[in-house]
Ligand binder design. Structure first.
Ligand SMILES: [Zn+2]
Length: 128
C-alpha cells in the first residue's frame, strides 16, 4: 500500500468543474460510507475534520446548500456542476466538525483509508 517510491497524494481536491476547491489539513485515515436517505443518493465518502480546518475556496459564491432532517447541518454542492463537496454545521460552535466528500480528491487518498459503513438509515451505528 504505502510503497516508499509513491509520493503522498495531494490533499487538494475540487468539484468536477473546479469552481469549488478544498484543501485538507491532513490525510484522512478513515472514511464513512453512510446509508441514510441523503448519503445513499449522493454516494459520498465522508471524512471529518474540525470545523474551520479545511480550506474551502469558491464557497459560498459558487455553491448551493441543502438542509433537511433535524436541521443541524447543510450539505453543500457546486451550483455549476452539482457535485456534493462537503457539509458544515448551521451553527458552528466549539468542537463542531464538518464533513468533506473524499470523492473529490485523488483516488489514491481513497485507497489509503479504512472505509467504515455507517447505518445512518436505522441504528445510527457503524456496521462492522
Ligand atoms: Zn463544480
Amino acid at each position: 500500500m504505502n510503497a516508499p517510491d509513491r509520493p503522498a497524494p495531494s490533499l487538494q481536491g475540487q468539484c468536477h468543474c473546479g469552481a469549488v476547491r478544498l484543501t485538507l489539513p491532513a490525510a484522512p485515515e478513515k472514511a464513512t460510507d453512510c446509508n441514510c436517505s441523503l448519503c445513499r443518493r449522493v454516494g459520498a465518502l465522508w471524512v471529518y475534520y474540525d470545523f474551520g480546518t479545511v480550506q474551502v475556496e469558491g464557497h459560498p459564491e459558487h455553491t448551493e446548500a441543502y438542509v433537511w432532517g433535524d436541521r443541524t447541518l447543510r450539505t453543500v454542492r457546486c451550483r455549476h456542476c452539482g457535485i456534493a463537496t462537503h457539509w458544515e454545521p448551521l451553527e458552528p460552535k466549539e468542537g463542531s466538525r464538518h464533513g468533506v466528500n473524499l470523492r473529490n480528491f485523488d483516488p489514491a487518498l481513497r485507497e489509503r483509508v479504512l472505509v467504515r459503513r455507517f447505518d445512518g438509515a436505522d441504528t445510527w451505528t457503524f456496521i462492522e
